[in-house]
Design a protein around this ligand. Structure first.
Ligand code: GDP
Ligand code: IMO
Ligand code: MG
Length: 427
C-alpha cells in the first residue's frame, strides 16, 4: 500500500500557527519534511508548558523515533542548524532522527551581509522588511548557479576551490557596490569546513528516502514555511520571500511527485497578520489592531517585530485556497477573538469607487480598501473548550461562515497555544 503524503501550507502572510498544527498531528506522522525557505521561519510549539521555536528544523523534532527531513528546496544556514540541534540537546529532549539533503543550498555569511546591504540600498519606501537571514541572496545564487550546496561542504578541497572563485566575485560586489569590507577566503573557508564535518552525519539522499517511505506505506507530512501571500510567484510581489510557499513548492523541494499527495491542509488564522512591508488591505492601525496584537501575542518569533494585525480577509483566503488546491482547514487562534465585540470579515474591496470581489494583483492591492460584513462576537473564554459543541453560538457561526466562504471544511480549531488546546472536528 502506498503511503500517505499530506502537505500543510500557511494560507495568509505566515505565522498562521503551522508549527502548532504540525506538532498536534505529530503522533500519527512518520516523516516530517521541510521543503522550502530557511531560518526565516519561526514555528512555535508549546508542549507540556514548554515553548520551542523551530526556525530551520521541522516541527516534528520533539517526537522520538520519527524521522525529520530537510529537503533539497530548503536553504540551510549551518550555524542556525547546529545551534538548534544543540538547543534541543541542552534541553535533554529526546529527538527525532534528522536527515539533510545534499542538494539543499547553504546560506553563507555573505548572503546575510548582502541581505542587509540590499535592504539599506532599497531604502525607506522600497525595502521589503526581510528577516535579514540571507534567504533572498542565497536563492539568487541557487538560480544563478553559483551557490554552494550541502554536498560541497563535505569535500574540503572542492569547497576551498569553489569558495575562492565565488568570493572573488562577492568581494567585488561587497566593496565596490555596497561599500562593505571584503571577506578573506580563510575567514569563510575555515568555519565552512567545520560545518561540513558536523553536517556529514546528517546527509542522506532525501529524495530516495522519501520515495521509499511512500512505497513502505509511511505517513509523510510536508510542512510549508511562510504563507501563500509571500510566495515568490503568487504573493504580493515584491513584498514576498524568495521561495515557492504554495503547495507547488512541496514537489520541487522534495522530489515527491504531485500525484503522491493524499491530503492538503490549509492553516488559517482567525484574523490576519503580516510582518514586514507590503500591502495588507485589512490592516487595522487603531484599537482593533492593537487588541489583536496584544491578545494574540503578535510579535515576530524571529525578529520580535510587532506584527501588523486586522480582520480576516476572505478575498485573500479564497485566492489562497484556489492556489493551493483547497483541502481541509486548520483554523487557529479562534480564542483570540473572545471579548473583542463584533467581528468583521472583509468580503470585497473597493478600488477607485468600484467594488472588487476577488484578490487583486499586488500593485492595485495597495489602493484597495476593505468592505466589511459584521458578525456577532462572543465574550466567553473558549480556551478550555474541547469540543465544537462547547463553543458559544457566535463562535460556531464564525467557523461555519469561514467554511462557506472558503469552500472547505474547518476540521481542526485552535483555542490556545498548547498542543492540547485543539478541537478536532473530523480532522
Ligand atoms: P507559524 O510560523 O505558522 O508556525 O506560527 P508562529 O509560531 O510564528 O505564530 C503563531 C503563534 O500563535 C505562536 O506563538 C503559537 O504558539 C500561537 N498559537 C498557535 N495556535 C494558537 C491558538 O490556537 N491559539 C492561541 N492563542 N495561540 C496559538
Ligand atoms: P513563518 O514560517 C511571517 C516575511 C518577512 C518579509 C518577507 C521577506 O514563521 O510563517 P525574507 O527574510 O524571507 O526574505 O523576508 O517575508 N517572512 C515571514 N513573515 N512568517 C514567516 O515565516 C516569514 N518568513 C519571511 O517578514 O516581509
Ligand atoms: Mg512564524
Amino acid at each position: 500500500m502506498k503511503g500517505k503524503v499530506e502537505i500543510l501550507f500557511g494560507a495568509q502572510w505566515g505565522d498562521e500557527g503551522k508549527g502548532k498544527v504540525v506538532d498536534t498531528m505529530g503522533a500519527g506522522v512518520d516523516v516530517f519534511v521541510r521543503y522550502q525557505g530557511g531560518a526565516n521561519a519561526g514555528h512555535t510549539v508549546i508542549a507540556d508548558g514548554k515553548k520551542i521555536i523551530f526556525k530551520l528544523l521541522p516541527s516534528g523534532m520533539l517526537y522520538p523515533g520519527k524521522l525529520c527531513v530537510i529537503g533539497n528546496g530548503v536553504v540551510l544556514d549551518p550555524e542556525q542548524f547546529l545551534k538548534e540541534i544543540k538547543e534541543l540537546g541542552d534541553r535533554g529532549q529526546d529527538r527525532a532522527r534528522l536527515v539533510v539533503s545534499p542538494h539543499a543550498h547553504v546560506v553563507m555569511p555573505y548572503h546575510k551581509i548582502f541581505d542587509k546591504a540590499q535592504e539599506a540600498f532599497r531604502g525607506k519606501g522600497h525595502m521589503i522588511g526581510t528577516t535579514g537571514r540571507g534567504i533572498g541572496p542565497c536563492y539568487v545564487d541557487k538560480y544563478a548557479r553559483s551557490g554552494l550546496r550541502v554536498e560541497d561542504l563535505l569535500d574540503e578541497s572542492r569547497l576551498r576551490e569553489k569558495l575562492s572563485v565565488i568570493l572573488e566575485e562577492k568581494n567585488r560586489l561587497l566593496t565596490k557596490v555596497y561599500g562593505e569590507n571584503p571577506l578573506p577566503l580563510n575567514e569563510v573557508y575555515e568555519p565552512a569546513r567545520e560545518w561540513g564535518k558536523a553536517l556529514l552525519h546528517y546527509v542522506e539522499d532525501t529524495t530516495a528516502l522519501l520515495h521509499d517511505a511512500v512505497d513502505e506505506g509511511k505517513s509523510i507530512l510536508l510542512e510549508g514555511a511562510q504563507g501563500t501571500l509571500l510566495d515568490i510567484d503568487h504573493g504580493t510581489y515584491p513584498y514576498v520571500t524568495s521561495s515557492s510557499t504554495t503547495t507547488a513548492g512541496g514537489f520541487t523541494g522534495t522530489g515527491l511527485p504531485l500525484t503522491s499527495v493524499t491530503r492538503v491542509i490549509a492553516v488559517v488564522k482567525a484574523y490576519t497578520t503580516r510582518v514586514g512591508e507590503g500591502p495588507m488591505p485589512t490592516e487595522d492601525k487603531g484599537d482593533v489592531g492593537t487588541r489583536l496584537r496584544e491578545k494574540g501575542g503578535e510579535f515576530g518569533s524571529i525578529t520580535g517585530r510587532p506584527r501588523r494585525c486586522g480582520w480576516l480577509d476572505m478575498m485573500a483566503l479564497r485566492y489562497s485556497m484556489r492556489l493551493n488546491g483547497g483541502g481541509t482547514i486548520a483554523l487557529t487562534k479562534l480564542d483570540v477573538l473572545s471579548g473583542l465585540g463584533e467581528i468583521k470579515v472583509c468580503t470585497a474591496y473597493e478600488l477607485n469607487g468600484t467594488k472588487v470581489e476577488r484578490f487583486t494583483a499586488p500593485l492595485a492591492l495597495e489602493e484597495c480598501r476593505p468592505v466589511y460584513e459584521t458578525l456577532p462576537g462572543w465574550d466567553e473564554d473558549i480556551s478550555g473548550c474541547a469540543e465544537f459543541g462547547a463553543l458559544p453560538g457566535a463562535a460556531r457561526n464564525y467557523v461555519r461562515y469561514i467554511e462557506e466562504a472558503a469552500g472547505a471544511p474547518v476540521s481542526l480549531i485552535g483555542v490556545g497555544a498548547d498542543r492540547n488546546q485543539t478541537i478536532n472536528r473530523g480532522f
